[in-house]
Structure formats: C-alpha cells, structure tokens
Design a protein around this ligand. Structure first.
Ligand code: 13P
Length: 251
C-alpha cells in the first residue's frame, strides 16, 4: 500500500555522539504525535545499531545509505545487507547519485544490491534522477526510465512492490535549486506510468515515490500536495530537528 514517507539522508555527516543526539531529539520531538507519514533516518553505517536501540523504531525507521553488492566474504571495507539487517535497520538507500557519480556504481551493480537488500528483508529506497545537461537536452524522462528499467525491472511484481523510489534530480541536490512542484509532479506521474506499463496499475499506484533535492520546510507542503509525490528524501534539512520536523509535519 502506498505510504507517505519523509526520509532523512544524513550522508557523511555527524559523528556517533552527534548522530545519537540528533536521533534522540527527533524521537523525543515525535513522541505523542500522530503523524500522517512514516519517518525514516538514513545514518552512516557505524551509527545504525546504536541509533536503532536508542529510539522507537516503530515510529522512526532506520536506513543505511548503501550496502555491498556481494553477500559476504573477502571484500575488505564493505558492509553487507545481512549486517545492516542485523542492526534492526529496515531500509537501505541505494543508487544515490553521489554513489553513482563518485563511486562508479553502475545499474548492474545496483541490481545486485537491490536483490541482496530484498533477500535480507530490507526495503530499498532506490534513487533515480537526471543531471542538468540531461534535463537541458530534454532527456530527463528517458534517463529516469532507463535507470528504473536497468536496475529494477528484473524484479517480480511482488518484489517490486517492496521498493520505495526517490526521484532526485541531480541539479537540485544540495544546490538550493528545488524542482518546482510542477516539475516534480510531471516526473513522478511519468514514473508511475512507466511502472504501470510494466507491472500494472495496482503496483504502480501502491509504490511510494519520494522527491529529493533541496526540499525544506518552506517548499515541502507544496511539493507533497501533488498527487504523485508521496514524500521526500531530505539531505541538508534532515540534519537538525528544527528543520526536519516541519517537513514531517508538512503532511
Ligand atoms: P539536499 O536535501 O541536501 O539537497 O539532498 C538531497 C539528497 O540528496 C537526499 O538524498
């Protein structure tokens, strides 16, 4: 079933103590509140276990920001989906444009990561989005469609139903240049149509599609009011409760 979700992506920010403080502050701020969306925080790997045991994970889901493309073994420095699941994290952000651009994650690698995440009971928050040159060349729909096809369309309808998508136009990430509500809605509707053609209307309608890229307390309400925008994947504005809470409450 389609859900509204506000997910924070802390990226490589906050040491362990700072991260625990932020997670506990958010937990305290949400206590006793009835929310109209699910809340997720994506922390660095080393924070996962401590954060998950310090907060009410029924109210705030915990996400990793990546996982290995191998199940286990001699892969020095990697963290497997199974390890992530063992911390009580329930989500993993995959395919973020920063991982695609700086760590050369290809659609094929991401396909493996998605399969391992699902096999270990994690919910992938799978990111897609075009760079500025692609939008200017009016290739943004083709780019996003091929990102979805290349890493996810091997899944059965049942497994695809476990995926959360996040449309993050790369030109909007960390730039203060948010996509307009109309641009977000146009792309989200296109993505849903693409899903419907492959998996049918029900799967398409049940898939949560989040928007990410300079979303904040002042634009969240307008973005979230679009019929095909089911929430946000928030970077900078997830690093303080004062900025993150109003986005959660925009629903
Ligand atoms: P900003 O909200 O900082 O633009 O980052 C968005 C993002 O990349 C979330 O994954």
């Amino acid at each position: 079933m389609r859900k509204n979700i506000v997910a924070g992506n802390w990226k490589m920010n906050k040491n362990l103590q700072e991260g625990l403080t932020l997670a506990k502050e958010l937990d305290a701020a949400l206590k006793g509140k009835t929310l109209k969306c699910d809340v997720v925080i994506g922390t660095p790997f080393i924070h996962l276990a401590s954060v998950a045991s310090a907060i009410d994970t029924k109210k705030i889901g915990v996400a990793a920001q990546n996982c290995a493309d191998k199940a286990s073994g001699a892969y020095t420095g990697e963290v497997s989906a199974e390890m992530i699941a063992s911390t009580d994290a329930k989500y993993v952000i995959l395919g973020h444009s920063e991982r695609r651009a700086y760590y050369h994650e290809t659609p094929e690698i991401l396909k493996e990561k998605v399969l391992l995440a699902l096999a270990n009971g994690l919910t992938p928050i799978f990111c897609i989005g075009e760079v500025l040159a692609e939008r200017e060349a009016e290739k943004h729909f083709d780019v996003v469609k091929s990102q979805v096809e290349a890493s996810l369309f091997n899944l059965s309808a049942e497994d695809f139903g476990k995926i959360i998508l996040a449309y993050e136009p790369v030109w909007a990430i960390g730039t203060g240049k948010t996509a307009t509500a109309a641009q977000a809605q146009e792309m989200h509707a296109f993505i849903r149509k693409t899903l419907a053609a492959k998996y049918g209307e029900k799967v398409a309608n049940d898939t949560s599609i989040l928007y990410g890229g300079s979303a904040n307390a002042s634009n969240a309400k307008e973005l979230f009011s679009n019929p095909d925008v089911d929430g946000g994947l928030i970077g900078g504005a997830a690093l303080g409760v004062d900025k993150f809470l109003p986005i959660i409450e925009a629903f």
